[in-house]
Design a protein around this ligand. Structure first.
Ligand code: SF4
Length: 481
């Protein structure tokens, strides 16, 4: 049995997750191709920084062959991509770039993030442990990640797109820890006994949750409580089940969530809703954006992972409960959507009246970015920001809450809780799907027919988000009456 770098990282996250990967691999879901694709693009670009690089051409499962090939290529070349090292007892890893440095070598790990993360240190610490014990004299360890301050001009400047951080001291400080943990995890994965681990908030992001949490209700204390209190709540009640808790033992939102769930009821704070409604100035403009955030900037004047709005929906209502006008903008060309979006937005939003959004941070930040980019439209765009009223806090603060929301204030949960509408029938069902498919359109991966279907789906989806806010506003008026 081997211990790869990803095994080591997984085992550090949760020893049971590593054990399940090795002993019950059928529980793992399919790999996320979209995320992997973005990682490959970043890696390929980063390789341009090392024009003399030679790839160690071995399949992922050809570990010993890869290690031997690395040894032989290292005698002739100064830069190797995908270099492999393996220790006799089974620990092995690949490094993105192995670069000659005098009589030794540097390890360079390419990451598609825009900053250094704690897990990057663990990643390189494991690589350092394996490569140095395999006989490579490692001098420095670097993380090469995207530069969040980089602003693309006409042409992409790969040198400025990346930042190299030397983390050698942090890596060296972890040496003993890696030596101990890798030996322990290597033995653990061979054990016949499945580790017992308490299912906690961390588990919500784990692929094995359906297995480990098979006896935990779909909606449980994991959804209601903060990470640092879950174990205490569990110990007190000896259960994840909310129906076993005494609601009066808890306060604030926790109390509301538990009480509503146990009674299958809704909670309404009329005063808070009335206060919210008092701020509104008609006409109301219900606004929602869809954005893409490419890792590698696609357009001039954009940065890695910058959110680029390509679509908005706007429902306009002149009087409470009055008729609606709908403005839909969707950029249907393979070019920077921001100028035409900003112009249409300014023309459609008038000068007065509240602009209703769901999570103001998102729309306000997009508007501030557009205002900075287009100084001639800046006054009008910032005027829109000054008129923003956020609907989210009404639901997040539990001024109105329905037990079926399961402690979530996402509009996807709130809408079906109070109206007959939901998102299940839509062609495009969420913002992530809108983003992925629009990027596929921009990259020329769709046929004309697929483009038509996508545009139709996007207009329906974004339109529903603003129509949802209109319906929820009607609900708020009814509850406040
Ligand atoms: S669900 Fe939790 S306990 Fe189970 S493997 Fe994942 S992190 Fe570990």
């Amino acid at each position: 049995m081997n211990l790869s770098k990803s095994d080591y990282i997984l085992g550090n996250f949760c020893s049971k997750a590593l054990w399940l990967k090795k002993n019950k691999s059928e529980l793992l879901p399919d790999y996320d191709n979209a995320q992997a694709e973005s990682g490959y693009q970043v890696q390929n670009l980063a390789h341009q920084l090392f024009p003399d690089g030679v790839i160690v051409d071995a399949e992922p499962w050809e570990i010993s062959q890869g290690a031997k090939l690395t040894e032989s290529l290292a005698k002739k070349h100064d830069v190797l991509f995908e270099a492999v090292a393996r220790l006799p007892w089974g620990a092995f890893c690949r490094t993105d770039v192995l670069r000659k440095n005098g009589a030794g070598w540097d390890l360079i790990e390419i990451k598609s993030t825009t900053s250094l993360k704690d897990e990057h240190v663990d990643d390189l610490a494991f690589q350092y442990f394996v490569f140095s014990n395999a006989g490579y004299k490692i001098k420095n360890c670097f993380i090469l990640h995207l530069n969040k301050r980089y602003v693309r001009r006409k042409k992409l400047d790969v040198k400025k797109l990346f930042v190299m951080e030397n983390i050698t001291p942090e890596v060296l400080a972890k040496y003993d820890e890696v030596a101990e943990a890798s030996a322990r995890l290597f033995d653990l994965q061979k054990s016949k006994v499945e580790p017992q681990i308490f299912v906690d908030k961390n588990c919500l992001d784990c692929d094995f949750l359906p297995y480990c949490g098979k006896n935990i209700p779909e909606y449980s204390i994991l959804n209601v409580f903060r990470a640092d209190t879950i174990e205490r709540v569990y110990q007190k009640n000896q259960s994840y089940d909310l129906s076993k808790l005494c609601a009066e033992d808890y306060s604030g939102k926790n109390y509301i969530d538990i009480q509503s769930w146990q009674e299958k009821s809704e909670y309404c704070d009329k005063k808070q809703i009335q206060e919210f409604l008092k701020q509104l100035v008609y006409p109301l403009y219900y606004l929602d954006y869809e954005t893409i955030m490419p890792a590698i900037p696609m357009f001039e004047n954009s940065s890695p992972y910058q959110q680029i709005p390509f679509q908005f929906s706007l429902h306009v209502q002149k009087t409470p409960g009055g008729d609606l006008q709908h403005v839909s903008f969707l950029h249907k060309e393979k070019s920077d959507p921001r100028r035409s979006l900003a112009e249409t937005l300014v023309q459609s939003c008038g000068k007065k009246g509240s602009v209703i959004v769901y999570n103001e941070m998102f729309e306000k930040t997009r508007n501030a970015e557009l205002a900075k980019l287009f100084p001639d439209l800046s006054r009008d765009i910032l005027n829109i920001n000054n008129r923003v009223v956020d609907q989210l806090p009404v639901f997040r603060n539990r001024a109105l809450y329905h037990y079926s929301q399961h402690s979530s204030a996402s509009i996807k949960k709130v809408l079906p809780a109070f109206t007959d509408l939901d998102y299940s029938e839509l062609e495009v069902k969420n913002g992530e799907e809108a983003m992925t498919r629009y990027l596929a359109f921009l990259n020329g991966e769709l046929s004309l027919e697929e483009e038509k279907i996508l545009f139709y789906g996007l207009e329906k989806y974004c339109g529903q988000d603003t129509y949802a806010m209109v319906l929820l506003m009607k609900v708020l008026y009814e509850k406040a009456a």
